[in-house]
Design a protein. Structure first.
Length: 828
């Protein structure tokens, strides 16, 4: 016979809290133990909260109550109820007070009477000067006044009052001609180190107006300090330092200190030798186990590389590139020998995996990728055949993903490649995950371990087709390139996501020092024809299918679907100014092509991919002369470009060229930006010797102008085209993440569990997302996002260790220290 029971006391009861309107409330409840297991219910003001009745209120899997965005109506007394068939237990009520801080309403218009009798005003000023009361004239000078009230909104439930003054005054502009007069002298300053003190006065009683005479005399008075004042007295009282004699006692003390230091050094040296010996033994054991290239590892790190690749100047060999910390990869090149810095390679199309005879279910081991080269580019059918080069080994694991590529109009996975962008990176990803990176386009895709339970061929692409973008409401603007993820040779609807993956891309919004933007994420399914706004950042709820983390220059999106993504923004208020970051580049003519003597200036958004498009356009026709990044551009105001100080050293300087691009034309440089041409007006035979500078600024913000100096004989070199690679290196391995999740997932103090970890890592903007993913650890999701945000950082793990130490989680500190110790030993 089984007896049902329930204990009396809660392990952790909800606590009272004051929260601002719109803030997040997270009330934790750890119920008492019972048999059978107790269920947790929440009661507000003696009325039970029904699950799913209010999307703003979430009852998490651990029994916590989360209020996503607190409203005034959410104020009240909350009680946690634990219930089973034996009995009920109620926690002490916790009071939630939602308060509203006061905000000022708009200023009223200026009111007041500025009429003045000039004669009477001059008489009053003279009278006050004769009575030595001329320090200030505020009470006789006519003024305007405006007021505001603290009711937008007014403080509610103990909210803070508005900061600042409710009234503001301003001196009236008057037509009287008044001579300037000095104010009273200020108090004497303290004596400085040179035994001088100072006092000042200003010519503002009144200031000279409408042609009045300036004040005569000096505004600074200096005087030597007398005895007993300030610094000079302290200087005189200083005494000479007393030196200790070099006697026997001091010698003994010195020798004892040196001996102690020597002993300490010997101890440290002994410990280092023991540590190195231990690491060497561990490394030998690791090598014996062959953990890196096991025959039955069952997963492969391979990647089909970028569609386009720059060829180096006079080199005809194939170039190989291996980014630091990533899997080995190769670039696709040709044997042409260009005579300039940018060469456009033949157009390359990618067929589906099925057309190449490659099977996604084929068993492949190892972690190497073969060199793919162009074997034929003269096909009469307009196709390019790609073949594997001869390998130095007969190992069958050393294989390419594709043996050939089909026609440009073939279907590639879930989209037609002829309509898609110039940059695409396919890769074969298994259950161990990986990171796809388009380096120079600043786009990456992080697929965590366990996201897929089977192997899949996925791709990451950057689109620059202006026709494939959403129709935006007035006032909204595009802030990023269109980023696309999908499957190469499978139906996307059949793929199950077991974890969200993270897409990282660069945006061009300027959010420092103040963020005046409202950001929105638009998405479009790969099989869909319409765009839709998925969320406005800051207004997410339980039904929002993604999480967005904004950095100064990058956007990180956690999502669980294949689609296209686009970041859009608008000003928070119509009166606020928003700015975009632009990349400016100037290109000159290459070897007098088509009698072209002009210089082309590009202004493109600072998204990475936009500049890659410019480099692609200029490969055969231009040479890069100068460039700069992060030029701040407003929505309104013509963009002015001026070519100045052009000189060849032999002929007279041509006249300056000035070009003005109005706001209606530049349209804030959306997506692909704009460019203009400036004629140099120099003979063709002297074109290669010209020097000069290009001045760029925006009307209304001329102080923020930039100057690009150029010399045709010394152009910028080594501008790299896109490199793509697949990396299997993570900041933390799967075992370490699992250990940390087991520690932080246990609900304790909100500052010491996974919620505190998210706060320390600055990933807590919408913390409810991590608590509402069914079957997933909140800590593991936070660490996945942290991996994407900190990608490429050399100090990320050390900073994580420091944050965990500050949180007081010594158990997690031990886990991370062991991981760092093991990592160092393996690398050695």
């Amino acid at each position: 016979m089984n007896f049902a029971d329930i204990r009396k006391h809660f392990y952790q009861a909800p606590v009272s809290e004051n929260v601002p309107e719109g803030g997040t409330v997270h009330m934790h409840c750890s119920p008492p133990e019972g048999d059978p297991k107790v269920e947790v219910f929440w009661i507000k003001d003696r009325k039970e909260i029904e699950r799913q009745s209010d999307p703003n209120m979430i009852i998490a899997n651990d029994g916590s109550l989360i209020i996503s965005s607190a409203r005034l109506s959410d104020s009240g007394n909350y009680t946690c109820e634990a219930r089973n068939i034996a009995n009920k237990r109620f926690s002490d009520p916790a009071q939630i007070v939602v308060y509203v801080d006061g905000e000022w309403a708009e200023w009223s218009t200026w009111i007041g009477n500025c009429k003045v009798n000039c004669g009477q005003l001059k008489q009053e000023i003279s009278r006050r000067r004769s009575n030595a009361v001329h320090a200030k004239l505020d009470d006789i000078w006519p003024k305007l006044i405006r007021r505001r009230t603290c009711n937008n909104p007014a403080p509610i439930n103990g909210g803070a009052d508005c900061l600042g003054h409710p009234e503001e005054t301003s001196d009236c502009p008057i037509d009287c001609r008044l001579d300037g007069h000095w104010s009273n002298w200020s108090l004497w300053s303290q004596c400085n180190e040179n035994c001088h003190k100072f006092r000042t006065r200003s010519c503002n009683s009144p200031r000279p107006t409408n042609g009045g005479q300036l004040c005569g005399g000096r505004d600074l008075d200096t005087r030597n300090c007398t005895q007993g004042e300030g610094y000079c007295t302290a200087t005189e009282k200083r005494t000479a330092p007393t030196y200790i004699g070099y006697n026997l006692e001091t010698q003994l003390t010195m020798y004892a200190g040196l001996f102690s230091v020597l002993i300490l050094l010997l101890i440290v040296l002994t410990l280092i030798i023991l540590l190195l010996y231990r690491c060497r033994r561990r490394y030998q054991e690791v090598r014996k186990e062959d953990i890196y290239f096991a025959e039955n590892s069952g997963h492969v790190r391979t990647a089909l590389l970028q569609q386009r690749q720059r060829l180096l100047g006079d080199r005809g060999d194939y170039s190989k590139s291996t980014p630091k910390g990533s899997s080995e990869f190769y670039t696709l090149t040709t044997t042409a020998s260009p005579a300039h810095h940018f060469i456009r390679p033949p157009s390359l199309t990618l067929g589906s995996a099925n057309s190449s005879g490659y099977s996604s279910t084929r068993k492949i081991t190892g972690s190497r990728v073969a060199l793919i080269t162009e074997s034929s580019s003269n096909s009469s059918h307009g196709k390019i055949t790609i073949a594997r080069t001869n390998s130095r080994t007969s190992d069958e694991n050393y294989a390419t993903l594709y043996d050939c590529v089909g026609d440009a109009n073939e279907q590639y996975g879930s989209f037609e490649f002829s309509k898609q962008p110039h940059l695409i990176l396919p890769a074969y990803v298994d259950t161990m995950g990986g990171r796809l990176v388009l380096k120079h386009s600043a786009v990456s895709l992080l697929i965590p371990e366990g996201a897929f339970h089977t192997n899949h061929m996925v791709f990451l692409a950057v689109c620059d087709d202006l026709s494939d973008s959403p129709k935006l409401p007035e006032g909204n603007t595009v802030l990023s390139a269109v980023v696309m993820i999908g499957l190469c040779d499978e139906n996307e609807d059949d793929v199950v996501f077991h974890r969200p993956f993270i897409i990282t891309f660069k945006h061009c919004a300027n959010i420092f020092p103040k963020d005046n933007w409202i950001f929105m994420i638009y998405a479009k399914g790969n099989q869909s024809s319409t765009w839709e706004m998925i969320t406005q950042i800051g207004e997410e709820d339980i039904n929002t299918p993604l999480y967005c983390q904004m950095d100064l220059m990058r956007c990180h999106v956690m999502i669980e679907r294949f689609c296209k993504l686009l970041l859009v923004g608008k000003p928070r208020r119509a009166s606020q100014t928003t700015m975009k970051r632009m990349h400016i580049a100037a290109f000159g003519p290459l070897h007098r092509i088509s009698n072209d003597t002009s210089i082309r200036v590009y202004c493109v958004p600072e998204t990475g991919s936009a500049m890659q498009s410019v480099l692609s356009q200029e490969e055969n026709t231009g040479v890069l002369l100068a460039e700069t990044d992060n030029f701040l551009m407003h929505e309104k105001g013509a963009l002015c470009v001026c070519l100045e100080e052009v000189s060849t050293g032999l002929v007279k300087k041509p006249e300056a060229q000035y070009l003005e691009i109005p706001s209606s034309h530049h349209m804030w440089c959306v997506q692909n930006g704009l460019h203009c041409s400036l004629k140099t007006d120099v003979p063709e035979d002297l074109l290669e010797t010209i020097t000069g500078r290009i001045v760029i600024y925006q009307k209304g913000n001329a102080d923020a102008r930039i100057v690009l100096k150029f010399d045709m004989q010394h152009p910028l070199e080594d501008e790299e085209m896109e490199d793509g690679f697949l990396s299997s290196d993570f900041l933390l391995d799967h075992a370490t993440k699992r250990k940390l999740a087991e520690l932080f997932d246990v609900p304790t103090d909100p500052t010491k569990d996974w919620r505190g970890l998210a706060t320390k890592l600055h990933l807590h903007r919408y913390i409810q997302y991590f608590a509402t993913r069914p079957g997933l650890s909140p800590t593991s999701l936070i660490l996945d996002l942290w991996e994407a945000v900190e990608s490429g950082s050399q100090r990320a793990v050390l900073d994580l260790l420091q944050n965990v130490r500050i949180m007081g989680r010594l158990d997690a500190v031990t886990v991370l220290e062991n991981y760092l110790s093991d990592s160092k030993c393996v690398r050695k």
